[in-house]
Ligand binder design. Structure first.
Ligand code: ATP
Ligand code: MN
Length: 465
């Protein structure tokens, strides 16, 4: 091996393309396939930097059969050689191998031998599936979207505000919480009434994993003006659906002085920005997913960024559903919490566009949402997407100390003094929303199941690795 030749990623080599023909290159990666005849062998090398493989050509007058034998699917190698224009189809350049180093072999029980494993099979092998084309593409897109989110908010002057993952506040009501404890579960300390004595627990009180950073986010927004959170969220709901995880990532911007219309404008601009960013920066990966899984993917992404979202009050949405004549599994009437089938009917069949549904009945929404003058509905907004259903849930927050205290009392919530201080001291109109990051990744990748857009999915009865 030539010592001072610097390694290049496959992405770099392919991007330089024919401009670098004649130069010597140094590449490292994993073997996807090896094929050929007794004169020449072709290896498809992938290093994760791109969905595309680099073809390495081994001339059998320079390499012996024995030298090449360990190069099987899944093995890892280091190659130096001259970059040449490719004779074959499917690539413009290839490497004529001169030096070979084998880092690691992959015995024949390597699970990813052949192409075209089902997604279900790969879910069982989630520790290795990032090595497949499909998951490589999904995970690079996931990364690009995470970066786009930070860039979008940073460029608008938002502060990335870190809310706690372990929390003692259980008032969000967004979902069941996982408890965090160091108490001995088979010998729990009890108080004189026989209840668990949490004063003996690690934090001296009942603590849980967060279901949302919003309430703490409001503390940030009422100090810094514009903030967003982007972190893991945990919900112990027994939802075995293709759209729910027990551990997922959520993006929650919170904006002082924003009313509901500003909130909707921001949500629409934000989501379009993220999708455009992925379309521009993940072309090969999105094209691959479009070709192999979902022929309408790219059209759907372009459609969403090129059309205005419909904005519609819940009451009108329910009317449309009632008059649709459609047989739904769950009944629909004013006051009902819409099911995914209802949301998708509005988006996919009626409007054929993303819909922002607003002004929901207060009974089915969280306590902190701003009450409308009708006394019945609150300034909520859910962004509903084709194939996904709800992708964003948000609202204008109730800024009146009196109205909010009354609502908290009605619902019997306690321990909210710290939160009420935002309304007690210098209260302002403010709004925010939560985007389920994996639902965005689902939409942009066209994958069907949320368990396939996060490296290590957690769901009921499943916690591997
Ligand atoms: P859903 O009705 O779909 O369960 P939700 O009303 O519980 O959603 P919110 O509490 O408003 O959702 O949370 C904000 C966003 O977080 C949702 O719009 C969705 O994108 C995402 N989300 C909620 N629950 C989950 C989950 N279990 N797994 C993945 N994403 C989720
Ligand atoms: Mn939910």
């Amino acid at each position: 091996m030539e010592q001072d030749l610097k390694r290049k990623t496959v992405a770099t080599v392919l991007a330089e393309g024919t401009d670098a023909v004649g130069k010597k290159v140094d590449v490292k990666g994993w073997v996807r396939t090896r094929r050929g005849n007794k004169n020449v062998q072709f290896v498809a090398l992938n290093d994760g930097s791109t969905i595309n493989n680099l073809q390495i050509v081994f001339d059998l007058s320079k390499f012996s059969d024995d030298q090449l034998k360990p190069i099987t699917t899944g093995s890892s190698i280091h190659v130096q050689g001259e970059l040449v224009a490719s004779q074959g189809q499917g690539q413009s350049v290839e490497v004529q191998a001169e030096e070979l180093e084998i880092y690691g072999t992959a015995p024949s029980d390597y699970p990813l031998q052949k192409k075209g494993h089902t997604l279900e099979f790969l879910r069982e092998k989630a520790h290795l599936r990032p090595r497949t084309n499909t998951f490589g593409a999904v995970l690079r897109i996931r990364h690009a979207l995470a970066y786009a989110i930070h860039k979008f908010f940073n460029d608008k002057g938002f502060v990335y505000f870190h809310t706690p993952l372990i929390t003692a506040s259980d008032c969000e009501g967004a979902g069941a919480q996982f408890q965090v404890t160091t108490l001995p579960l088979n010998n729990l300390p009890t108080d004189k009434d026989g209840n668990v004595d949490y004063s003996e627990d690690f934090f001296g009180k009942l603590a849980s994993l967060t279901v949302s950073g919003q309430l703490e986010g409001e503390l940030g927004a009422t100090a810094l003006g514009l903030i967003y959170t982007f972190g893991p969220t945990f919900r112990a709901e027994n939802s075995n659906t293709p759209r729910h995880l027990s551990e997922f990532w959520m993006v929650e911007p919170e904006m002082a002085f924003y009313e509901i219309a500003d909130n909707m404008d921001l949500a629409e601009e934000f989501i379009k920005y993220c999708i455009s960013y992925a379309l521009e920066n993940c072309k090969d990966d999105i094209q691959f997913l479009n070709d192999h899984f979902d022929k309408e993917l790219i059209d759907r992404l372009n459609f969403v960024i090129n059309n205005d979202f419909v904005r519609l009050p819940y009451t009108e949405g329910v009317k449309i559903l009632e008059e649709s004549g459609k047989k739904f599994e769950f009944p629909v009437y004013w006051g009902v919490d819409l099911a995914s089938e209802h949301e998708r009917y509005l988006v996919e069949e009626h409007f054929k566009k993303p819909v922002i549904l607003t002004d929901y009945p207060k009974e089915i929404k969280a306590f902190y949402m701003k009450l409308n003058d009708d006394g019945k509905t609150v300034r909520a907004m859910d962004v509903l997407f084709p194939k996904i259903g709800e992708i964003i849930g948000g609202s204008q927050r109730e800024e009146s100390y009196e109205k909010l205290s009354k609502r908290i009392e009605e619902l019997g919530l306690t321990g909210m003094d710290w939160y009420m201080d935002t309304r007690k001291y210098g209260t302002v109109p403010h709004s925010g929303f939560g985007l389920g990051f994996e639902r965005l990744v689902l939409f942009v990748t066209g994958m069907q199941n949320i368990r396939d857009v996060i490296p290590f999915p957690r769901y009921p009865k499943n916690c591997e690795y």
